[in-house]
Write a protein that binds this ligand. Structure first.
Ligand code: ATP
Ligand code: MG
Length: 199
């Protein structure tokens, strides 16, 4: 039996937007993945300077955004974990959950990927999964190439159709009353309005 190829898309998803979805779909295609599981963070430890929305709201928005794609799934792994979340723990847990016949492909934007490679247990992280670093508008790839172990066989760059969308910009838009239609899935926009997020 062929090994299962599982994409893992971590993020704060505050809120999830089309940049995330296009990146996941492109990874699915380019790396012939069977599925992509989105893993919203619990209490993010690298976003100390601002209040992150409630984990349940972020989780539900990811569920709403991914429900129409039969190959997209959402995990509560990090939300349910006590204390700060580390990608290493998540990869270990996913490997345990899915058993030996699964290969993990961790998908991030090149900006976020650098945070991972600043961690002390780099070698161990790299042994747990393949890493797919997606291009992201406004982010200089040369920076990535200097900071990440791009020579490592488990690290690959991926070109995605450029979408200059960020959750930061979406939150600011909602705050200012500017439109977010077409930047996020319709259901996510409705959720933001109903829950009164980012006002
Ligand atoms: P924030 O502005 O709050 O940091 P964000 O838009 O960067 O939000 P995150 O939840 O931080 O979203 O990102 C989750 C993952 O998705 C990260 O790996 C990030 O690099 C990637 N990502 C986010 N937006 C894009 C995009 N437009 N194109 C490619 N990758 C993206
Ligand atoms: Mg970000």
């Amino acid at each position: 039996m062929a090994r299962k190829r599982l994409g893992v898309m971590g993020g704060t998803f505050d809120p999830i937007h089309h940049g995330h979805l296009v990146t996941a779909e492109e990874a699915l295609w380019q790396f012939e993945l069977d599925e992509v599981v989105f893993v919203p963070t619990g209490r993010p430890w690298m976003k100390g300077d601002r209040d992150v929305s409630d984990a349940e709201d972020r989780y539900l928005m990811v569920v709403v955004a991914t429900s129409s794609n039969p190959r997209f799934f959402v995990s509560r792994l990090e939300i349910e974990r006590e204390g700060p979340t580390y990608t290493v723990d998540t990869l270990r847990d996913l490997q345990r959950q899915h058993g030996e016949d699964v290969d993990l492909y961790f998908i991030t934007g090149a900006d976020a990927m650098l945070e991972i490679f600043h961690w002390k247990d780099q070698e161990e992280v790299l042994s747990l999964a393949h890493f797919i670093a997606a291009t992201r508008p406004g982010y200089d790839l040369a920076l990535f190439e200097r900071g990440a172990p791009t020579e490592h066989p488990n690290v690959e760059l991926m070109d995605v159709p450029a979408l200059a969308i960020s959750s930061t910009d979406i939150r600011a838009r909602v705050g200012d009353g500017r439109p977010i239609r077409y930047l996020v899935p319709e259901g996510v926009q409705t959720y933001i309005e109903k829950a009164g997020l980012y006002r």
